[in-house]
Design a protein around this ligand. Structure first.
Ligand SMILES: Cc1ncc(COP(=O)(O)O)c(C=O)c1O
Length: 372
């Protein structure tokens, strides 16, 4: 049954690769020692863990960075943002982010705001982007952290990280954290411009419950999870070596990047021909995410009807799907509540085919016509 579906919700999660699952199984079954144990099995596990870190650092082409394995990007964002700010609050208490970050970033900023930090939430423009100029205008001598996502998870807009880094560099006590969850393997990015960045295994054909924070070795944090001191004291708890290796393999598999521009452009053109659709993703967004609003029909009804045909897309980001208030990201583009309530996100991966996208467009047309 699973083989016949058309899965176009890859920004929510991806199908794990067979080689990643095979590696996970091999490590769990054959190299199950605790990587902190000093006996032979522990040493064997530690060898795999060290190799996983190296593979990740080499794949991202970063020098003098450290990998902290976590349970998700959510946890990695928490460690980066809360961990850094609580550690360095004595340097300044001003922090900057954007109004369309993922909740795992926004909620950290809200928590810090409640704890006395002054937060600037930069507004994005109608294309869902903040400019380096916006960041520059918000910087003060008290600013210790700027956190800007590389690619937005709902609409796929891409922020100018290189230019933002150039601004941040002029403020020696400020570091730049980049939520790269939706960027990894999808856009060309020099990760050396991010002082800290994150990866989520299940977004890149790896496994759920696994992610990492990758940060410059010179950056220190307060731990978010305390205990036995694993991961340099930053993330206590026995490390899942199998997850670490699976993540490393999933990351390595992404490079060199593939090009799906033509496929995505074809879908965009076909969607633009359908009556009752308004695009939310601009032409410069990542080709992996196309988001549009329905002007005449309810998105939730359409998503359900497509699902009944074995075609899976999403209405609001899966992480917010219980929210009643529509998409805050689409509202931030200056669109109406009505449009924000009726968004559909189609998210592709490197395996998506033209045939699948054509079937999706046809099914969408049918569904729109069938719904009163
Ligand atoms: C941009 C972004 N950041 C963070 C996350 C959280 O990732 P995880 O599921 O690994 O916690 C997501 C998940 O949708 C995301 O899209």
């Amino acid at each position: 049954m699973v083989d016949k579906i058309i899965y176009l919700d890859n920004a929510a999660t991806t199908r794990p690769s067979k080689d990643v699952v095979a590696l996970y199984n091999d490590i769990e079954l054959n190299h199950f020692g605790n990587s902190s144990s000093i006996h032979g099995l522990g040493v064997d596990s530690l060898k795999y863990l060290t190799a996983a870190r190296e593979t990740i650092l080499n794949s991202f082409k970063v020098k003098n960075y450290k990998v902290y394995f976590t349970g998700s990007s959510t946890e990695a964002n928490n460690l980066a943002i809360k961990g850094f700010c609580y550690k360095h609050a004595n340097r300044g208490k001003h922090i900057i982010t954007t109004n369309i970050e993922h909740p795992s970033v926004l909620e950290c900023f809200r928590a810090l705001e409640n704890d006395g930090f002054k937060v600037t939430y930069l507004k994005v423009n109608a294309e869902g982007i903040v400019t380096a100029e916006d960041v520059k205008n918000a910087m003060t001598n008290e600013t210790i952290l700027v956190s800007v996502m590389a690619v937005n998870n709902e609409i796929g807009s891409i922020n100018p990280i290189k230019e933002i880094k150039e601004v941040v560099l002029k403020f020696p006590k400020t570091v730049l954290h980049v939520d790269t969850t939706q960027a990894v393997g999808k856009i060309n990015l020099d990760y050396n411009n991010c002082d800290m960045f994150v990866v989520s295994s299940h977004k890149i054909h790896g496994l759920k419950g696994s992610g990492a924070l990758i940060a410059k070795s010179s950056i220190s944090f307060d731990p978010v999870i305390s205990g036995g001191g694993q991961e340099d004291g930053m993330r206590s708890g026995t490390v899942s070596v199998a997850n670490a290796c699976a993540l490393a393999k999933a990351v390595k598999n992404l490079f060199p990047l593939k090009n799906i521009e033509e496929l995505s452009e074809n879908l965009r053109e076909n969607l633009n021909k359908i009556d009752g659709i308004e695009m939310n993703s601009n032409a410069n967004c990542t080709p992996y995410i196309i988001n549009f609003s329905l002007t005449k029909k309810k998105a939730s009804v359409v998503v359900e009807a497509l699902s009944n045909k074995g075609i899976y897309v999403s209405s609001v980001s899966a992480c917010n799907s219980k929210g009643e208030s529509g998409s805050y990201v689409v509202k931030a583009l200056g669109k109406s509540d009505e449009l924000a309530h009726n968004t559909i996100r189609v998210s592709l991966d490197n395996e998506t085919t033209l045939d699948e996208l054509e079937k999706f467009t046809l099914a969408l047309k049918d569904v729109l016509e069938a719904i009163k």
